[in-house]
Write a protein that binds this ligand. Structure first.
Ligand SMILES: O=C(O)CCC(=O)c1ccccc1C(=O)O
Ligand SMILES: [Mg+2]
Length: 319
């Protein structure tokens, strides 16, 4: 089989900047790819790198697309190197969409986690998301001073319904002492805190292992398991807690499928703030590979573009 291949860069301003310990992120830059098979069937894929998170850079993805011929084959797609995980995801998902079997996976019964804005804005925003039906929320910490964040956290916990679950994501921004302080606070809230995500930086695996053995509140690795190689490595080192998987940047869906089917791991699937193209492919993987029913971190609709044809068509017509 050969596929007509074309691609377009896409820049999309977030409706609200994403503030994390890594900094302020205002524009989502992606590459949308288009495959057409010999019957004329069209399929889309999305390459949405996050270099500061551990994937290739946007430029590396564009350079890879640029050197491809206009007609590509499955061999070319399955030969994409592991140093281009977002490209592996984009091309393989587009290829899978062309295979009939793939259409059938339905991801309607996933539950979603809503991302709250960092800082005190969370105190106003949570109710809007609650009314939209979210029962799990994620709040970024490690952005401001810990004393300020604990104060906001205390009022957030007061306001949130007791049945709501809250995830805290430090993006590796806490010191060992601050992580212990957060974990001590969470211990007193009998499981209302589902987990603390990446409390320490990627180079502090053994400290996080120690913390996960010392406290009940679960710890989830995210930046530490950004790519499949890192995921396998942390698994082999015996990580007992949760693994956050971002399908958009983890790498090859077929390799991810193999790993998840070989190992029983506690997984949370998470967005890379992709458009509806990447999101649909990622949610299909989440539905297929989730062994537990943890809410998926894709509940932030204003970050992606609906898969209506106009914006896609305009991408191809305006160039
Ligand atoms: O997982 C979620 O709930 C939303 C996705 C998210 O937080 C995220 C999105 C892009 C880059 C990093 C992260 C993160 O989890 O740290
Ligand atoms: Mg995270």
């Amino acid at each position: 089989m050969v596929y007509q291949f074309s691609y377009r860069p896409l820049n999309k301003k977030f409706t609200r900047p994403v503030i994390t310990n890594h900094g302020i992120w205002e524009i989502r830059e992606s590459v949308i790819i288009r495959l057409v098979d010999t019957t004329g069937k069209v399929s889309w894929g999305e390459i949405s790198p996050i270099h500061w998170f551990g994937s290739e850079t946007l430029q590396q993805a564009l350079d890879f697309c640029n050197q491809l011929p206009a007609e590509i084959t499955p061999e070319i797609i399955f030969d994409i190197p592991d140093k281009l995980p977002a490209c592996q995801f984009g091309f393989e998902s587009a290829l899978e969409n062309l295979a009939e079997t793939h259409e059938s996976i339905n991801y309607q019964n996933l539950t979603y986690s809503g991302l709250l804005p960092a800082g005190k804005a969370a105190l106003d925003q949570w109710k809007t998301l609650w009314r939209q039906g979210y029962q799990t929320f994620k709040w970024k910490i490690g952005v401001d001073e810990i004393s300020k964040e604990i104060k906001i956290f205390n009022s957030l916990i007061q306001k949130l319904p007791k049945s709501a679950k809250l995830r805290l994501d430090a993006n590796g921004g806490l010191s060992y002492e601050s992580a212990k302080l957060w974990l001590k606070i969470c211990e007193t809230l009998n499981n209302r805190i589902e987990f603390i995500e990446q409390p320490l930086s990627v180079d502090k695996f053994s400290e996080m292992l120690e913390l996960s053995n010392a406290y009940h509140t679960k710890i989830a690795l995210d930046e530490s398991v950004a790519t499949l190689q890192q995921l396998e490595d942390c698994y082999k080192q015996g990580w007992p807690g949760i693994f956050v998987i971002k399908p958009g940047i983890v790498g090859s869906p077929s390799q991810l499928r193999k790993f998840c089917q070989q190992h029983q791991i506690d997984v949370v699937f998470s967005s890379v703030f992709e458009t509806a193209i990447g999101r649909e492919a990622a949610l299909k993987l989440a539905a297929e590979l989730s062994q537990n029913n943890r809410a998926v971190g894709f509940g932030i609709n204003h970050f992606f573009t609906e898969k209506d044809s106009n914006w896609l068509k305009s991408l191809w017509n305006n160039h």
